[in-house]
Design a protein around this ligand. Structure first.
Ligand SMILES: [Zn+2]
Length: 323
């Protein structure tokens, strides 16, 4: 145990003060390794649950739990419960799990996210001989379709609630020069880079996981209608993500929604609760490059169509449904 503590201390000191707290308060039984040097593989499903013709007759689970790999889970809210079909993420490190986003439905009866995450943690601890895993409840950005079930976690023991104000988000992650800053975040030995990505929403952050090389881009870049409240901020954020991808290897870009069909340029109508022909959720760097080119060509508000996403640049909010 002493050696383990020493190892974690070295690991933590190298990664900043916050990690020291996490590592010393939670010493796991078996140390899991998350080397940044090798890309940990993972799998996406062939199809996500995607609602049904009749929401009343939907038989899918309220929350789809997809195991991307042993220590990474992607969750999706059933579109029959809320048409947003939002994705949520659980990343595990030694002694700590990070939940990013909490979907679009508050009611635990309709949408038992807390129960789902609790079950996931119990099963993960059993499988990897862990215990006492702390949960961090965090958000990609502060829109109601991504924190609706935040309330389910407020009385959960051994849980850090990052908070739902800009100030709390900045304070928790340690931003003193948002959005440009890159924060090195150590999730129990699993290293992330967190940076600011405003434009869709003014407190948005992106996460890069050095272990899987996944880059999580929330609502600022996904296969759908990219609603931009601040074009200049979004354009700078897209370039910031591209620069991050120049400095770190990226396997896939992952995010919060699918609104496109599997036909280039064609989206499902707003509010659709059945999407049988969805493209994959994950995106490629070439799509990000297309967005970078868009930042150089678009100078006016309006709707701009691309194969894999649509830019809704500063159009009136009446066009959108994202609160
Ligand atoms: Zn949003």
């Amino acid at each position: 145990m002493i050696n383990l503590r020493r190892f974690l201390a070295i690991l933590s000191v190298a990664s900043g003060m916050f990690a020291v707290e996490v590592a010393f308060s939670l010493v796991p039984q078996n140390l899991l390794a998350f080397p940044a040097s090798d890309r940990a593989p993972g799998e996406f499903p062939d199809k996500w649950i995607h609602g049904s013709k009749s929401a009343m007759d939907n038989q899918d689970p309220a929350v789809q739990v997809h195991r991307f790999n042993a220590h990474t889970y992607i969750l999706r809210e059933n579109k029959a419960i809320n048409y947003e079909g939002a994705f949520m993420y659980v990343f595990f490190g030694n002694g700590v799990a990070l939940l990013i986003d909490q979907g679009s439905t508050s009611s635990p009866a309709l949408f038992p996210l807390r129960q789902t995450v609790d079950d996931l943690i119990v099963a993960w601890e059993e499988e990897f001989d862990q215990s006492g895993t702390q949960l961090i409840v965090a958000n990609s950005h502060l829109h109601g379709d991504h924190y609706a079930a935040w309330n389910q976690f407020v009385d959960r023991p051994n849980t850090i609630m990052v908070g739902l104000t800009h100030e709390e988000v900045m304070d928790y992650w340690g931003f003193d020069s948002y959005p440009e800053q890159r924060i090195e975040f150590n999730l129990g030995g699993r290293e992330f880079v967190v940076t600011g990505t405003p434009g869709h929403e003014s407190s948005e952050i992106a996460f890069y996981d050095k272990w899987t090389d996944l880059l999580y881009t929330g609502d600022m870049f996904y296969r759908g209608r990219l609603y931009l409240e601040d074009w200049d901020a979004w354009a700078a954020s897209i370039k910031r993500l591209r620069a991050l991808a120049d400095d770190y290897p990226v396997s896939y870009l992952i995010n919060n929604h699918i609104e496109m069909t599997d036909q280039a340029t064609v989206d499902y109508p707003i509010g659709t609760t059945w999407q049988p022909d969805e493209p994959p959720m994950e995106m490629s760097l070439s799509m990000l490059d297309q967005a970078v080119r868009a930042t150089e060509n678009i100078s006016q508000s309006g709707i701009y169509t691309f194969d894999d996403f649509l830019i809704y640049n500063e159009v009136p909010w009446a066009y959108t449904t994202d609160p």
